[in-house]
Design a protein around this ligand. Structure first.
Ligand code: HEC
Ligand code: HEC
Ligand code: HEC
Ligand code: HEC
Ligand code: HEC
Length: 380
Protein backbone atom coordinates (compact mmCIF):
# COMPACT_ATOMS: atom_id res chain seq x y z
CA UNK A 1 0.00 0.00 0.00
CA UNK A 2 3.05 2.20 -0.13
CA UNK A 3 1.91 3.72 -3.38
CA UNK A 4 -0.86 5.53 -1.59
CA UNK A 5 1.66 7.76 0.17
CA UNK A 6 2.39 9.65 -3.00
CA UNK A 7 -1.07 11.11 -3.01
CA UNK A 8 -0.98 12.40 0.54
CA UNK A 9 2.62 13.44 0.92
CA UNK A 10 4.50 16.38 -0.49
CA UNK A 11 7.90 15.61 -1.86
CA UNK A 12 10.26 17.30 0.51
CA UNK A 13 7.75 18.26 3.22
CA UNK A 14 4.63 16.33 4.12
CA UNK A 15 1.72 18.75 4.48
CA UNK A 16 -0.01 18.64 7.86
CA UNK A 17 -3.43 17.02 7.97
CA UNK A 18 -5.61 15.55 10.66
CA UNK A 19 -5.58 11.82 11.35
CA UNK A 20 -9.25 11.62 10.40
CA UNK A 21 -8.65 13.40 7.13
CA UNK A 22 -5.68 11.18 6.35
CA UNK A 23 -7.72 8.08 7.13
CA UNK A 24 -10.54 9.26 4.87
CA UNK A 25 -8.14 9.97 2.04
CA UNK A 26 -6.38 6.68 2.53
CA UNK A 27 -9.70 4.86 2.51
CA UNK A 28 -10.73 6.54 -0.72
CA UNK A 29 -7.42 5.86 -2.38
CA UNK A 30 -7.38 2.19 -1.38
CA UNK A 31 -10.43 1.68 -3.57
CA UNK A 32 -8.46 2.72 -6.62
CA UNK A 33 -6.59 0.01 -8.49
CA UNK A 34 -2.80 0.13 -8.37
CA UNK A 35 -1.88 2.27 -11.33
CA UNK A 36 1.85 1.87 -11.78
CA UNK A 37 4.10 4.86 -11.87
CA UNK A 38 3.15 7.95 -13.67
CA UNK A 39 3.03 11.57 -12.77
CA UNK A 40 4.80 13.34 -9.97
CA UNK A 41 2.39 14.97 -7.50
CA UNK A 42 2.58 17.81 -5.00
CA UNK A 43 3.20 21.52 -4.91
CA UNK A 44 5.55 22.95 -7.53
CA UNK A 45 7.70 24.47 -4.80
CA UNK A 46 8.52 21.03 -3.43
CA UNK A 47 10.56 20.28 -6.51
CA UNK A 48 11.10 23.51 -8.42
CA UNK A 49 12.63 26.90 -7.77
CA UNK A 50 12.05 29.78 -10.15
CA UNK A 51 15.19 31.78 -9.35
CA UNK A 52 16.93 29.70 -6.69
CA UNK A 53 16.73 32.83 -4.59
CA UNK A 54 14.40 33.94 -1.85
CA UNK A 55 15.35 36.58 0.68
CA UNK A 56 18.69 36.54 -1.07
CA UNK A 57 19.32 32.93 -0.03
CA UNK A 58 19.43 29.79 -2.13
CA UNK A 59 16.22 27.77 -2.08
CA UNK A 60 17.77 24.41 -2.82
CA UNK A 61 20.61 24.51 -0.34
CA UNK A 62 23.15 24.84 -3.13
CA UNK A 63 24.23 27.69 -5.36
CA UNK A 64 24.11 25.32 -8.32
CA UNK A 65 21.11 25.80 -10.56
CA UNK A 66 19.61 22.89 -12.44
CA UNK A 67 17.84 22.65 -15.76
CA UNK A 68 14.06 22.31 -15.66
CA UNK A 69 14.36 24.57 -12.59
CA UNK A 70 14.47 21.62 -10.24
CA UNK A 71 15.86 21.95 -6.73
CA UNK A 72 18.27 19.08 -7.23
CA UNK A 73 19.73 17.07 -10.06
CA UNK A 74 18.80 13.46 -10.90
CA UNK A 75 21.15 12.11 -8.23
CA UNK A 76 20.10 14.69 -5.62
CA UNK A 77 16.41 13.82 -5.81
CA UNK A 78 16.99 10.10 -6.10
CA UNK A 79 19.43 9.79 -3.15
CA UNK A 80 18.18 8.85 0.31
CA UNK A 81 19.29 7.66 3.73
CA UNK A 82 19.99 3.99 4.45
CA UNK A 83 16.36 3.20 5.24
CA UNK A 84 14.84 5.46 2.60
CA UNK A 85 13.56 3.45 -0.30
CA UNK A 86 10.68 5.60 -1.45
CA UNK A 87 10.89 8.74 0.62
CA UNK A 88 7.85 10.88 -0.20
CA UNK A 89 7.34 8.77 -3.29
CA UNK A 90 10.71 9.52 -4.86
CA UNK A 91 12.27 6.17 -5.74
CA UNK A 92 15.69 6.12 -4.04
CA UNK A 93 18.42 4.38 -5.98
CA UNK A 94 21.45 5.82 -4.20
CA UNK A 95 21.93 5.76 -0.43
CA UNK A 96 24.06 7.58 2.07
CA UNK A 97 24.24 4.49 4.31
CA UNK A 98 24.18 0.76 3.45
CA UNK A 99 20.56 -0.16 2.75
CA UNK A 100 19.32 -3.46 4.20
CA UNK A 101 17.13 -3.92 1.14
CA UNK A 102 16.74 -2.04 -2.13
CA UNK A 103 14.19 -1.33 -4.81
CA UNK A 104 14.26 -3.56 -7.90
CA UNK A 105 17.14 -1.74 -9.60
CA UNK A 106 19.41 -2.01 -6.58
CA UNK A 107 21.50 0.87 -5.22
CA UNK A 108 24.60 2.82 -6.14
CA UNK A 109 25.62 2.91 -2.47
CA UNK A 110 28.29 0.21 -2.82
CA UNK A 111 29.92 1.51 -5.99
CA UNK A 112 29.91 4.99 -4.43
CA UNK A 113 31.69 3.76 -1.32
CA UNK A 114 34.07 1.17 -2.78
CA UNK A 115 34.79 2.74 -6.17
CA UNK A 116 33.39 -0.34 -7.84
CA UNK A 117 36.50 -1.60 -9.62
CA UNK A 118 36.92 -5.15 -8.32
CA UNK A 119 34.71 -6.46 -6.92
CA UNK A 120 32.49 -4.39 -9.18
CA UNK A 121 29.38 -3.56 -7.21
CA UNK A 122 27.74 -1.08 -9.53
CA UNK A 123 27.69 1.01 -12.67
CA UNK A 124 30.14 3.88 -12.21
CA UNK A 125 27.77 6.77 -12.88
CA UNK A 126 29.24 10.28 -13.01
CA UNK A 127 28.49 12.22 -9.87
CA UNK A 128 28.27 8.99 -7.85
CA UNK A 129 31.63 7.32 -8.43
CA UNK A 130 34.74 8.02 -10.47
CA UNK A 131 35.09 6.24 -13.80
CA UNK A 132 35.78 2.49 -13.43
CA UNK A 133 39.49 1.93 -12.77
CA UNK A 134 39.51 -1.35 -14.68
CA UNK A 135 37.00 -0.90 -17.49
CA UNK A 136 37.08 2.88 -17.92
CA UNK A 137 34.07 3.84 -20.02
CA UNK A 138 34.03 0.59 -22.00
CA UNK A 139 30.98 -1.58 -21.41
CA UNK A 140 32.16 -5.21 -21.77
CA UNK A 141 30.63 -6.51 -25.00
CA UNK A 142 30.17 -3.07 -26.50
CA UNK A 143 32.08 -0.04 -27.68
CA UNK A 144 33.48 2.73 -25.48
CA UNK A 145 31.15 5.51 -24.45
CA UNK A 146 32.35 9.01 -25.36
CA UNK A 147 32.50 9.93 -21.68
CA UNK A 148 31.58 8.52 -18.29
CA UNK A 149 28.19 6.90 -17.74
CA UNK A 150 25.36 9.25 -16.75
CA UNK A 151 21.83 8.57 -15.47
CA UNK A 152 20.22 9.64 -18.74
CA UNK A 153 20.99 10.73 -22.29
CA UNK A 154 23.44 9.36 -24.86
CA UNK A 155 25.91 8.09 -22.25
CA UNK A 156 23.16 6.94 -19.89
CA UNK A 157 20.40 4.39 -19.59
CA UNK A 158 17.25 6.48 -19.00
CA UNK A 159 15.45 8.80 -21.37
CA UNK A 160 15.86 9.48 -25.06
CA UNK A 161 19.41 8.28 -25.75
CA UNK A 162 19.65 10.35 -28.94
CA UNK A 163 19.77 13.46 -26.73
CA UNK A 164 23.10 14.23 -25.05
CA UNK A 165 21.75 16.39 -22.24
CA UNK A 166 20.18 14.49 -19.33
CA UNK A 167 17.35 16.96 -18.82
CA UNK A 168 16.58 17.18 -22.52
CA UNK A 169 16.58 13.37 -22.66
CA UNK A 170 14.04 13.13 -19.81
CA UNK A 171 12.08 16.29 -20.48
CA UNK A 172 8.37 15.95 -19.88
CA UNK A 173 8.55 12.41 -18.54
CA UNK A 174 8.00 13.14 -14.85
CA UNK A 175 4.74 14.99 -15.51
CA UNK A 176 3.34 12.70 -18.20
CA UNK A 177 0.65 10.18 -17.32
CA UNK A 178 1.27 6.68 -18.66
CA UNK A 179 -1.45 5.06 -20.69
CA UNK A 180 -1.61 1.69 -18.94
CA UNK A 181 -1.22 -0.37 -22.10
CA UNK A 182 -4.08 -2.77 -22.73
CA UNK A 183 -5.82 -1.41 -19.66
CA UNK A 184 -3.49 -3.39 -17.41
CA UNK A 185 -2.45 -1.47 -14.28
CA UNK A 186 1.15 -0.35 -14.57
CA UNK A 187 1.66 -1.77 -18.07
CA UNK A 188 3.63 0.37 -20.50
CA UNK A 189 4.17 -0.51 -24.15
CA UNK A 190 7.22 1.61 -24.94
CA UNK A 191 5.30 3.72 -27.46
CA UNK A 192 6.69 6.96 -26.00
CA UNK A 193 9.20 7.89 -23.32
CA UNK A 194 6.51 8.31 -20.67
CA UNK A 195 5.03 4.99 -21.75
CA UNK A 196 8.34 3.22 -21.37
CA UNK A 197 9.30 0.98 -18.51
CA UNK A 198 11.02 3.27 -15.93
CA UNK A 199 11.71 5.89 -18.62
CA UNK A 200 13.97 3.40 -20.42
CA UNK A 201 12.96 4.60 -23.85
CA UNK A 202 11.06 2.00 -25.88
CA UNK A 203 11.18 -0.71 -23.21
CA UNK A 204 7.97 -2.57 -22.39
CA UNK A 205 6.94 -3.96 -19.04
CA UNK A 206 4.60 -3.69 -16.08
CA UNK A 207 5.68 -1.26 -13.36
CA UNK A 208 4.96 -2.12 -9.77
CA UNK A 209 3.94 1.17 -8.23
CA UNK A 210 6.29 0.90 -5.25
CA UNK A 211 9.25 -0.14 -7.42
CA UNK A 212 9.28 -3.48 -5.52
CA UNK A 213 9.79 -1.96 -2.10
CA UNK A 214 7.49 -4.81 -1.13
CA UNK A 215 7.80 -7.77 -3.47
CA UNK A 216 6.34 -11.27 -3.71
CA UNK A 217 5.62 -13.94 -6.28
CA UNK A 218 2.26 -12.30 -6.94
CA UNK A 219 3.28 -8.63 -6.80
CA UNK A 220 6.36 -7.60 -8.75
CA UNK A 221 7.55 -5.74 -11.80
CA UNK A 222 6.87 -7.80 -14.91
CA UNK A 223 9.84 -7.66 -17.26
CA UNK A 224 9.37 -8.08 -20.97
CA UNK A 225 11.45 -10.71 -22.76
CA UNK A 226 11.37 -12.59 -26.04
CA UNK A 227 13.03 -15.95 -26.67
CA UNK A 228 15.97 -15.05 -28.86
CA UNK A 229 16.52 -16.63 -32.27
CA UNK A 230 19.24 -14.34 -33.62
CA UNK A 231 22.23 -12.53 -32.16
CA UNK A 232 20.45 -9.40 -31.07
CA UNK A 233 17.97 -9.39 -28.20
CA UNK A 234 14.50 -8.55 -29.51
CA UNK A 235 13.57 -4.87 -29.46
CA UNK A 236 11.78 -3.49 -26.40
CA UNK A 237 12.97 -6.23 -24.05
CA UNK A 238 14.83 -5.51 -20.83
CA UNK A 239 17.89 -7.37 -22.14
CA UNK A 240 17.85 -5.22 -25.30
CA UNK A 241 18.26 -2.20 -23.03
CA UNK A 242 21.46 -3.72 -21.60
CA UNK A 243 22.44 -4.65 -25.14
CA UNK A 244 22.34 -1.02 -26.25
CA UNK A 245 25.73 -0.70 -24.55
CA UNK A 246 26.81 -4.28 -23.92
CA UNK A 247 26.09 -5.57 -27.42
CA UNK A 248 25.25 -9.23 -27.81
CA UNK A 249 26.97 -10.03 -24.57
CA UNK A 250 25.79 -13.60 -24.70
CA UNK A 251 27.76 -13.97 -27.95
CA UNK A 252 28.69 -17.54 -28.43
CA UNK A 253 32.11 -17.43 -30.03
CA UNK A 254 34.72 -19.40 -28.23
CA UNK A 255 37.27 -16.80 -29.35
CA UNK A 256 35.15 -13.78 -28.49
CA UNK A 257 36.95 -11.03 -26.59
CA UNK A 258 34.26 -8.86 -25.04
CA UNK A 259 36.44 -5.76 -24.92
CA UNK A 260 38.70 -5.84 -27.95
CA UNK A 261 36.48 -7.63 -30.47
CA UNK A 262 32.94 -7.39 -29.18
CA UNK A 263 31.33 -8.14 -32.51
CA UNK A 264 33.59 -10.99 -33.58
CA UNK A 265 32.27 -14.46 -33.02
CA UNK A 266 30.18 -17.29 -34.28
CA UNK A 267 26.53 -16.52 -34.54
CA UNK A 268 24.17 -17.20 -31.69
CA UNK A 269 22.07 -19.03 -34.22
CA UNK A 270 24.87 -21.56 -34.65
CA UNK A 271 24.75 -22.57 -31.06
CA UNK A 272 21.50 -21.77 -29.34
CA UNK A 273 21.20 -24.93 -27.39
CA UNK A 274 22.85 -26.94 -24.64
CA UNK A 275 25.78 -27.37 -24.25
CA UNK A 276 26.20 -23.60 -24.34
CA UNK A 277 29.35 -21.51 -24.70
CA UNK A 278 27.94 -18.42 -22.95
CA UNK A 279 25.15 -18.36 -20.38
CA UNK A 280 21.90 -18.02 -22.33
CA UNK A 281 19.74 -14.91 -21.99
CA UNK A 282 16.42 -14.31 -23.68
CA UNK A 283 15.92 -18.03 -23.47
CA UNK A 284 12.55 -19.52 -22.55
CA UNK A 285 12.82 -22.02 -19.70
CA UNK A 286 9.44 -23.41 -20.69
CA UNK A 287 11.27 -25.25 -23.48
CA UNK A 288 13.48 -27.09 -20.98
CA UNK A 289 10.94 -27.78 -18.27
CA UNK A 290 11.66 -31.49 -18.60
CA UNK A 291 15.09 -30.76 -17.11
CA UNK A 292 15.93 -29.38 -13.64
CA UNK A 293 14.50 -25.98 -14.67
CA UNK A 294 10.96 -27.36 -14.39
CA UNK A 295 11.32 -27.16 -10.60
CA UNK A 296 11.87 -23.35 -10.63
CA UNK A 297 9.68 -21.76 -7.96
CA UNK A 298 8.60 -25.15 -6.60
CA UNK A 299 7.32 -26.38 -9.94
CA UNK A 300 7.49 -29.96 -11.13
CA UNK A 301 10.15 -31.26 -13.49
CA UNK A 302 8.36 -32.11 -16.73
CA UNK A 303 5.41 -29.86 -15.96
CA UNK A 304 6.74 -26.55 -14.58
CA UNK A 305 4.04 -24.38 -13.06
CA UNK A 306 6.11 -23.04 -10.17
CA UNK A 307 5.89 -19.61 -8.57
CA UNK A 308 7.75 -16.54 -9.87
CA UNK A 309 10.95 -16.13 -7.83
CA UNK A 310 11.65 -12.42 -7.14
CA UNK A 311 15.31 -13.11 -6.36
CA UNK A 312 15.92 -14.66 -9.81
CA UNK A 313 13.20 -13.06 -11.93
CA UNK A 314 12.10 -14.33 -15.32
CA UNK A 315 10.53 -12.19 -18.03
CA UNK A 316 7.39 -12.80 -20.02
CA UNK A 317 6.68 -12.24 -23.71
CA UNK A 318 3.41 -10.51 -22.98
CA UNK A 319 2.49 -7.65 -20.66
CA UNK A 320 -1.11 -8.73 -20.22
CA UNK A 321 -0.68 -9.18 -16.50
CA UNK A 322 1.74 -9.87 -13.68
CA UNK A 323 2.57 -13.60 -13.64
CA UNK A 324 2.58 -15.26 -10.23
CA UNK A 325 2.82 -18.77 -11.69
CA UNK A 326 5.30 -19.36 -14.50
CA UNK A 327 6.42 -22.07 -16.90
CA UNK A 328 2.77 -22.78 -17.62
CA UNK A 329 2.79 -21.57 -21.23
CA UNK A 330 5.51 -20.87 -23.78
CA UNK A 331 7.17 -17.50 -23.24
CA UNK A 332 6.39 -16.95 -19.57
CA UNK A 333 9.77 -17.87 -18.05
CA UNK A 334 12.46 -16.07 -20.01
CA UNK A 335 16.00 -15.71 -18.62
CA UNK A 336 17.22 -12.09 -18.94
CA UNK A 337 20.29 -10.09 -17.95
CA UNK A 338 18.52 -9.02 -14.79
CA UNK A 339 17.70 -12.58 -13.77
CA UNK A 340 21.18 -12.45 -12.23
CA UNK A 341 22.16 -8.73 -12.14
CA UNK A 342 20.74 -5.59 -10.47
CA UNK A 343 20.85 -2.72 -12.95
CA UNK A 344 22.23 0.01 -10.67
CA UNK A 345 24.33 -2.01 -8.29
CA UNK A 346 24.26 -4.44 -5.40
CA UNK A 347 26.33 -5.46 -2.40
CA UNK A 348 27.74 -8.31 -4.51
CA UNK A 349 30.53 -8.60 -7.07
CA UNK A 350 29.44 -7.94 -10.67
CA UNK A 351 26.19 -6.35 -9.51
CA UNK A 352 24.85 -9.85 -8.88
CA UNK A 353 21.64 -10.45 -6.97
CA UNK A 354 23.22 -12.98 -4.62
CA UNK A 355 26.58 -14.04 -3.23
CA UNK A 356 28.17 -16.17 -5.95
CA UNK A 357 30.77 -17.48 -3.51
CA UNK A 358 28.09 -19.38 -1.56
CA UNK A 359 26.89 -21.30 -4.60
CA UNK A 360 28.52 -24.63 -3.76
CA UNK A 361 27.74 -27.57 -6.02
CA UNK A 362 26.24 -30.57 -4.29
CA UNK A 363 27.36 -29.25 -0.95
CA UNK A 364 24.69 -26.72 -0.07
CA UNK A 365 21.77 -27.03 2.26
CA UNK A 366 19.44 -26.57 -0.69
CA UNK A 367 16.58 -24.15 -0.76
CA UNK A 368 17.04 -23.25 -4.40
CA UNK A 369 18.35 -19.72 -3.96
CA UNK A 370 20.53 -17.78 -6.41
CA UNK A 371 21.80 -19.93 -9.28
CA UNK A 372 19.88 -22.84 -7.72
CA UNK A 373 16.57 -21.04 -8.29
CA UNK A 374 16.87 -22.43 -11.82
CA UNK A 375 19.60 -25.05 -11.46
CA UNK A 376 17.47 -26.84 -8.91
CA UNK A 377 19.41 -30.08 -8.78
CA UNK A 378 22.91 -28.67 -8.48
CA UNK A 379 22.81 -27.77 -4.79
CA UNK A 380 22.27 -30.85 -2.65
C1 HEC B 1 7.64 15.79 -7.22
C2 HEC B 1 8.44 16.75 -7.93
C3 HEC B 1 7.77 17.71 -8.86
C4 HEC B 1 6.67 18.50 -8.61
C5 HEC B 1 5.80 18.54 -7.37
C6 HEC B 1 6.50 19.35 -9.78
N1 HEC B 1 7.46 19.05 -10.71
FE1 HEC B 1 7.70 19.92 -12.52
N2 HEC B 1 9.26 18.65 -12.94
C7 HEC B 1 9.81 17.79 -12.02
C8 HEC B 1 11.00 17.20 -12.59
C9 HEC B 1 11.91 16.15 -11.93
C10 HEC B 1 11.17 17.78 -13.86
C11 HEC B 1 12.34 17.57 -14.83
C12 HEC B 1 12.31 16.24 -15.52
C13 HEC B 1 11.22 16.09 -16.54
O1 HEC B 1 10.97 17.01 -17.36
O2 HEC B 1 10.60 15.03 -16.52
C14 HEC B 1 10.03 18.67 -14.06
C15 HEC B 1 9.78 19.39 -15.21
C16 HEC B 1 8.81 20.36 -15.34
C17 HEC B 1 8.57 21.11 -16.53
C18 HEC B 1 9.28 20.96 -17.85
C19 HEC B 1 8.89 19.64 -18.54
C20 HEC B 1 7.41 19.53 -18.85
O3 HEC B 1 6.80 18.52 -18.42
O4 HEC B 1 6.81 20.44 -19.46
C21 HEC B 1 7.56 22.00 -16.23
C22 HEC B 1 6.97 23.06 -17.15
C23 HEC B 1 7.17 21.79 -14.87
N3 HEC B 1 7.94 20.77 -14.36
C24 HEC B 1 6.20 22.49 -14.20
C25 HEC B 1 5.71 22.19 -12.92
C26 HEC B 1 4.65 22.91 -12.24
C27 HEC B 1 3.94 24.12 -12.81
C28 HEC B 1 4.47 22.30 -11.03
C29 HEC B 1 3.40 22.59 -9.95
C30 HEC B 1 2.03 22.60 -10.43
C31 HEC B 1 5.40 21.20 -10.96
N4 HEC B 1 6.15 21.19 -12.13
C32 HEC B 1 5.53 20.32 -9.90
C33 HEC B 1 9.34 17.48 -10.77
C34 HEC B 1 8.25 18.06 -10.18
C1 HEC C 1 12.85 17.27 -8.11
C2 HEC C 1 13.09 15.87 -7.86
C3 HEC C 1 13.44 15.01 -9.06
C4 HEC C 1 14.43 15.23 -9.99
C5 HEC C 1 15.35 16.43 -10.15
C6 HEC C 1 14.45 14.06 -10.82
N1 HEC C 1 13.49 13.17 -10.43
FE1 HEC C 1 13.15 11.33 -11.20
N2 HEC C 1 11.52 11.10 -10.01
C7 HEC C 1 11.09 12.00 -9.07
C8 HEC C 1 9.82 11.53 -8.51
C9 HEC C 1 8.98 12.22 -7.45
C10 HEC C 1 9.52 10.31 -9.16
C11 HEC C 1 8.30 9.40 -8.96
C12 HEC C 1 7.22 9.71 -9.94
C13 HEC C 1 6.16 8.63 -9.90
O1 HEC C 1 5.28 8.64 -9.05
O2 HEC C 1 6.24 7.74 -10.73
C14 HEC C 1 10.61 10.07 -10.08
C15 HEC C 1 10.70 8.95 -10.88
C16 HEC C 1 11.79 8.66 -11.69
C17 HEC C 1 11.98 7.41 -12.39
C18 HEC C 1 11.06 6.20 -12.33
C19 HEC C 1 9.95 6.33 -13.31
C20 HEC C 1 8.96 5.17 -13.16
O3 HEC C 1 8.39 4.76 -14.17
O4 HEC C 1 8.78 4.66 -12.07
C21 HEC C 1 13.14 7.51 -13.09
C22 HEC C 1 13.76 6.47 -13.98
C23 HEC C 1 13.69 8.83 -12.83
N3 HEC C 1 12.85 9.48 -11.98
C24 HEC C 1 14.87 9.30 -13.37
C25 HEC C 1 15.32 10.62 -13.22
C26 HEC C 1 16.45 11.19 -13.94
C27 HEC C 1 17.33 10.44 -14.90
C28 HEC C 1 16.55 12.49 -13.55
C29 HEC C 1 17.52 13.56 -14.03
C30 HEC C 1 17.35 13.98 -15.43
C31 HEC C 1 15.52 12.71 -12.56
N4 HEC C 1 14.79 11.56 -12.40
C32 HEC C 1 15.33 13.89 -11.87
C33 HEC C 1 11.75 13.15 -8.69
C34 HEC C 1 12.83 13.72 -9.35
C1 HEC D 1 24.43 3.42 -21.31
C2 HEC D 1 25.26 2.24 -21.45
C3 HEC D 1 25.00 1.04 -20.55
C4 HEC D 1 23.83 0.33 -20.40
C5 HEC D 1 22.48 0.60 -21.07
C6 HEC D 1 24.13 -0.76 -19.51
N1 HEC D 1 25.45 -0.72 -19.13
FE1 HEC D 1 26.45 -2.06 -17.96
N2 HEC D 1 28.16 -0.98 -18.17
C7 HEC D 1 28.31 0.16 -18.92
C8 HEC D 1 29.68 0.64 -18.81
C9 HEC D 1 30.24 1.90 -19.47
C10 HEC D 1 30.35 -0.26 -17.96
C11 HEC D 1 31.82 -0.21 -17.54
C12 HEC D 1 32.04 0.87 -16.52
C13 HEC D 1 31.36 0.59 -15.22
O1 HEC D 1 31.64 -0.43 -14.57
O2 HEC D 1 30.46 1.38 -14.88
C14 HEC D 1 29.37 -1.26 -17.57
C15 HEC D 1 29.64 -2.33 -16.73
C16 HEC D 1 28.73 -3.33 -16.40
C17 HEC D 1 29.03 -4.47 -15.56
C18 HEC D 1 30.36 -4.77 -14.96
C19 HEC D 1 30.68 -3.87 -13.84
C20 HEC D 1 32.16 -3.77 -13.57
O3 HEC D 1 32.57 -2.70 -13.08
O4 HEC D 1 32.91 -4.72 -13.83
C21 HEC D 1 27.88 -5.21 -15.46
C22 HEC D 1 27.68 -6.49 -14.68
C23 HEC D 1 26.87 -4.53 -16.24
N3 HEC D 1 27.42 -3.40 -16.80
C24 HEC D 1 25.58 -5.00 -16.41
C25 HEC D 1 24.58 -4.31 -17.09
C26 HEC D 1 23.21 -4.75 -17.17
C27 HEC D 1 22.67 -6.01 -16.55
C28 HEC D 1 22.55 -3.83 -17.92
C29 HEC D 1 21.07 -3.79 -18.25
C30 HEC D 1 20.19 -3.71 -17.08
C31 HEC D 1 23.50 -2.81 -18.31
N4 HEC D 1 24.73 -3.14 -17.78
C32 HEC D 1 23.20 -1.71 -19.09
C33 HEC D 1 27.34 0.75 -19.69
C34 HEC D 1 26.01 0.36 -19.76
C1 HEC E 1 16.64 -17.59 -14.25
C2 HEC E 1 17.16 -18.93 -14.36
C3 HEC E 1 18.65 -19.16 -14.29
C4 HEC E 1 19.53 -18.67 -13.37
C5 HEC E 1 19.24 -17.73 -12.20
C6 HEC E 1 20.80 -19.23 -13.69
N1 HEC E 1 20.68 -20.04 -14.79
FE1 HEC E 1 22.18 -21.08 -15.65
N2 HEC E 1 20.91 -21.67 -17.13
C7 HEC E 1 19.57 -21.43 -17.16
C8 HEC E 1 19.00 -22.03 -18.35
C9 HEC E 1 17.53 -22.01 -18.74
C10 HEC E 1 20.06 -22.62 -19.05
C11 HEC E 1 20.00 -23.39 -20.38
C12 HEC E 1 19.48 -24.77 -20.16
C13 HEC E 1 19.42 -25.62 -21.42
O1 HEC E 1 19.59 -25.14 -22.53
O2 HEC E 1 19.15 -26.81 -21.23
C14 HEC E 1 21.25 -22.39 -18.24
C15 HEC E 1 22.52 -22.83 -18.55
C16 HEC E 1 23.59 -22.82 -17.70
C17 HEC E 1 24.84 -23.51 -17.92
C18 HEC E 1 25.16 -24.32 -19.16
C19 HEC E 1 24.43 -25.59 -19.14
C20 HEC E 1 24.42 -26.29 -20.47
O3 HEC E 1 23.50 -27.11 -20.64
O4 HEC E 1 25.24 -26.01 -21.34
C21 HEC E 1 25.61 -23.29 -16.81
C22 HEC E 1 27.00 -23.85 -16.55
C23 HEC E 1 24.88 -22.43 -15.92
N3 HEC E 1 23.65 -22.17 -16.49
C24 HEC E 1 25.33 -21.95 -14.71
C25 HEC E 1 24.68 -21.01 -13.94
C26 HEC E 1 25.25 -20.36 -12.78
C27 HEC E 1 26.61 -20.62 -12.22
C28 HEC E 1 24.31 -19.51 -12.32
C29 HEC E 1 24.42 -18.52 -11.18
C30 HEC E 1 25.46 -17.49 -11.38
C31 HEC E 1 23.15 -19.64 -13.18
N4 HEC E 1 23.43 -20.54 -14.16
C32 HEC E 1 21.97 -18.96 -13.00
C33 HEC E 1 18.84 -20.74 -16.23
C34 HEC E 1 19.39 -20.04 -15.17
C1 HEC F 1 23.04 -16.64 -15.16
C2 HEC F 1 23.33 -15.40 -14.55
C3 HEC F 1 23.71 -14.26 -15.45
C4 HEC F 1 23.00 -13.76 -16.51
C5 HEC F 1 21.67 -14.24 -17.06
C6 HEC F 1 23.76 -12.64 -17.01
N1 HEC F 1 24.91 -12.49 -16.28
FE1 HEC F 1 26.33 -11.08 -16.51
N2 HEC F 1 27.50 -11.97 -15.12
C7 HEC F 1 27.14 -13.06 -14.37
C8 HEC F 1 28.28 -13.50 -13.58
C9 HEC F 1 28.29 -14.64 -12.60
C10 HEC F 1 29.36 -12.63 -13.92
C11 HEC F 1 30.81 -12.72 -13.40
C12 HEC F 1 31.77 -13.06 -14.52
C13 HEC F 1 31.58 -14.44 -15.08
O1 HEC F 1 31.27 -15.40 -14.34
O2 HEC F 1 31.69 -14.61 -16.32
C14 HEC F 1 28.82 -11.67 -14.86
C15 HEC F 1 29.53 -10.61 -15.40
C16 HEC F 1 28.99 -9.65 -16.24
C17 HEC F 1 29.71 -8.49 -16.71
C18 HEC F 1 31.12 -8.07 -16.33
C19 HEC F 1 32.10 -8.58 -17.33
C20 HEC F 1 33.50 -8.09 -17.09
O3 HEC F 1 34.32 -8.25 -18.02
O4 HEC F 1 33.78 -7.57 -16.00
C21 HEC F 1 28.86 -7.82 -17.54
C22 HEC F 1 29.13 -6.54 -18.30
C23 HEC F 1 27.63 -8.57 -17.59
N3 HEC F 1 27.74 -9.68 -16.79
C24 HEC F 1 26.53 -8.19 -18.34
C25 HEC F 1 25.45 -9.02 -18.60
C26 HEC F 1 24.46 -8.78 -19.61
C27 HEC F 1 24.43 -7.57 -20.51
C28 HEC F 1 23.59 -9.81 -19.56
C29 HEC F 1 22.40 -10.05 -20.48
C30 HEC F 1 22.74 -10.15 -21.92
C31 HEC F 1 24.03 -10.70 -18.49
N4 HEC F 1 25.17 -10.19 -17.95
C32 HEC F 1 23.38 -11.87 -18.11
C33 HEC F 1 25.90 -13.66 -14.35
C34 HEC F 1 24.91 -13.46 -15.32
Amino acid sequence: MNHTSKKINGIFTAPKMSVAMAAMLLGAICLLPESGNAQVVGQCVNCHTMHNSQGGASMSGTATVFQSLTKGDCIGCHTGGATDLTDNNIPKVNHTGAPASTLAGGSFYWVATTGGNLPATGHNVAGIAASDGVLGNVPPGGTALASQLTCAGTTGCHGDRTKANEYTALSGSHHAPNQNAGGVAGAVDGSSLANSYRFLNGTKGIEKADWEKVVSAAAHNQYYGVARTTDAAAAQTISALCGQCHGDFHATSTAHNPVTSPTTGISFANNMTSPWVRHPTDFDMFTVKAKEYGAYGGGVIGTGGGAYVPQAPVASNDILGVKSTVMSVAGDAIVTCISCHRAHGSDQADLLRWDYSTMTAHGSAGGNVGCFACHTTKDT
